[in-house]
Ligand binder design. Sequence first.
Ligand code: HMG
Length: 422
Amino acid sequence: MSLPPSSFTVGSPLPVGSLPPVGIDRLGLATPSYRLPMSVLSDARQTPLRKYLVGLGQEQMGVLAPDEDIITLAANAAREALSGENLDNLHSIVLATESGIDQSKAGSLFVHRLLGLPSTCMAYELKQACCSSTVALQNALQTVALNPSKKVLVVASDVARYGFQTPGEPTQGAGAVAILVSAHPRLLVTGLASGQHTEELSDFWRPNYMDTAVVDGKYSIRVYLRALEEAFARYHQTTGLALRDFARFCFHLPFTKMGDKAYHQLLRHGVGAEEVEAAPETQLVPGQLYNRLTGNTYTASLPLSLMSMLENDPTDLTGSRLGLFSYGSGSMGIFFSGIVQDGYRDALFAETHRKQLKTRPALDLATYERWFDRAKPNENGDLTTELITTGSFRFAGMEGHRRVYEPTSKPAVTNSSAVAVI
Ligand code: HMG
């Protein structure tokens, strides 16, 4: 296979000159209204706090209130990413999730209605564990490359649930990131090139009859690292790019220590490893900060790490190439990259996001455990939820098996009697 010339920048097996630069234009975030500090969990589970903070690299996890779910998170994140946009240019809204709320109807249809999107904008849902957001992004890039006047919104929204007293419990979390894809993007030109590794195996999955994941934790870490190595090797074959060409790395972060493992795996086995020296403080850490505070957000994890890198790296990253690795259990790994655009900081919502993560009230253990069991509808398919969320949309309950979502008009005061915070 012949390699592209060394001046090749964006990277595409298609004739580069005929395509507009495509990539990520905006990133919107939504986190649950509440969080559980790892100190509360470590007391309750009689586990040294250092294991969570250092061994796993997690400080907090986002916890959904009973009137929040992946749809309310998705709608909040999408609303931010679409602020100031002409909605008539939106080609489609794609929900990437592994926490689907219906076997048939796409969750993005609810977001479509809540945001008043035009009927010309398509809505559908995509699944392959945590990496369906990257697959959706790749499809969106191709759509926009062929229709440069259009934009596509990919919304990654998930809740990670393993259950009480399991090894996975401290890696739970929830959140959503909305990724607006356009031609001539303001944040990152990604192009269409990527390296993949796909193989059927059972490291993590959730059967339809369970609401928590089944996982072989240690095995899942090994196969994640193998997928990274293979996907990066193929990316190098396609683009000619080696490790020295990347200024920063963002990884899928089921817990942030996984990013350290992935980074060192690349520096041990990636093409060109001998030419680069490890510098995790600059190349990795800024992209882990938000994920330390949310826990695993499955499909939203890699885009959240990218957002964290762009919003927290003190260096001006304009013109730098970022390496991005997406992993979805079961399994598929995808390596791709993007070049940071001039003026990117003006297109971010950095202050809002930092405040959002900082001001979430902390729950006590009893409330976290009580909220873990999601209320079920009665035999008629009816359910009413209390107003608790501090977000812009809420899951109001069910009527005759239909899910009901509504705007909240951002209540200044929540129903505090229902929430025990510490
Ligand atoms: P565990 O039983 O807690 O593992 O499970 P551990 O006892 O080996 O401890 C973890 C780390 O803490 C180790 O560090 C310990 O040394 C350290 P490491 O050797 O890995 O560097 N440690 C301490 N450090 C400081 N002070 C202490 C201390 N004690 C121990 N006192 C595991 C950990 C991640 C396996 C578990 O949490 C789990 O099963 N999580 C869920 C699965 C998972 O996240 N897998 C990751 C790869 S698969 C993936 O990313 C896909 C996924 O997102 C789903 C999807 O794609 O849909 C999960």
